[in-house]
Design a protein around this ligand. Structure first.
Ligand code: SAM
Length: 269
């Protein structure tokens, strides 16, 4: 019953993402395009994620109770994970060590949970999320998903474990209505994650609105980059290196060297 429904909902963007994944190298290699990371550090991060059985069990058990459907959150390889991109999101958040993260699009709360776990493992940082609750299917957003609306009586992020919620602020409403105010409230952010409405217009608007508020060395990460050409257009316009791995598009702002530290570096040399 479940598989035919999955097939019927297969969006062309999933087919493109699947084809693209055949060309993608390892996660470590993709992370290495933005961060200095060796095999030992990557293994450390991977263990911190996959060996945290309290986290995976907490998410799996609430999902099974509420959706009445069992999942294996993290498979033995990333290709077997319940959702692609969640591991990458965790690794990026660990490596960046952000103080402030803004996310658009929460729904059940998988991405929020992985970002919040990374912040907890880093020992600092706060996540500000914006979500228009999908009480019914939302076109260009949840309508191609296996479950296309929130479970009855549940709010966005319902599967985020209680133990991770102290670093989280959820704003309910549209991204158009709330994003500028949330960014203003944060001042500067280190990581922006888009996963709300995947129209070209909205994707570009969110990227362009968040970009000036992202700190030097900070990241813009977008889910579902194959829904439109928005991410390519934005990345080309920024002139910066972009990577696409596990369905996530990533652009990193250059780190500027402050005059003081450049001087210290020259004096030390
Ligand atoms: C693809 S789901 C997010 C999935 C989530 N990031 C995860 O990993 O579980 C998209 C979410 O964005 C919400 N959404 C759709 N349009 C929106 C808008 N204009 N502003 C804010 N949220 C929106 C949907 O209702 C839904 O909750």
């Amino acid at each position: 019953m479940r598989e035919p429904r999955r097939l019927a909902r297969l969006h062309y963007s999933s087919v493109l993402a699947g084809l693209h994944s055949l060309l993608e190298g390892s996660e470590a290699a993709a992370l290495g395009k933005h961060f200095e990371i060796d095999a030992e550090r990557f293994a450390e991060l991977e263990h911190a994620l996959v060996r945290d059985t309290a986290f995976t069990r907490a998410v799996e058990s609430v999902y099974s109770d509420v959706r009445e459907c069992d999942i294996r959150l993290l498979g033995s390889t990333p290709a077997q994970d319940h959702e692609t991109g969640l591991r990458m999101l965790y690794y990026l958040t660990r490596l960046l060590e952000p103080a402030s993260v803004v996310e658009t699009g929460v729904f059940d709360g998988f991405s929020s949970a992985f970002i919040l776990k990374a912040l907890r493992d880093n020992g600092h940082g706060h996540l500000y999320s914006i979500d228009l609750p999908a009480r019914s299917p939302v076109g260009a957003s949840t309508n191609q998903m296996f479950f296309d609306c929130l479970p009855t009586g549940r709010d966005p992020g319902w599967l985020v474990p209680q133990s991770l919620r102290d670093r989280w602020t959820l704003h309910v409403g549209t991204s158009r209505g709330l994003l500028e105010g949330v960014l203003e409230e944060c001042g500067e952010i280190d990581l922006f994650f888009h996963d709300s409405l995947h129209t070209r217009e909205m994707m570009l608007w969110e990227y362009q609105t968040a970009w000036p508020q992202i700190s030097d060395g900070g990241l813009l990460v977008s889910d579902d980059v194959f829904w439109s050409r928005a991410f390519w257009a934005f990345a080309a316009n920024s002139g910066l290196q972009r990577t696409i791995h596990s369905g996530l598009g990533v652009v990193r702002k250059p780190e500027t060297v402050s005059p003081r530290s450049a001087l210290a570096g020259r004096q030390a040399a």
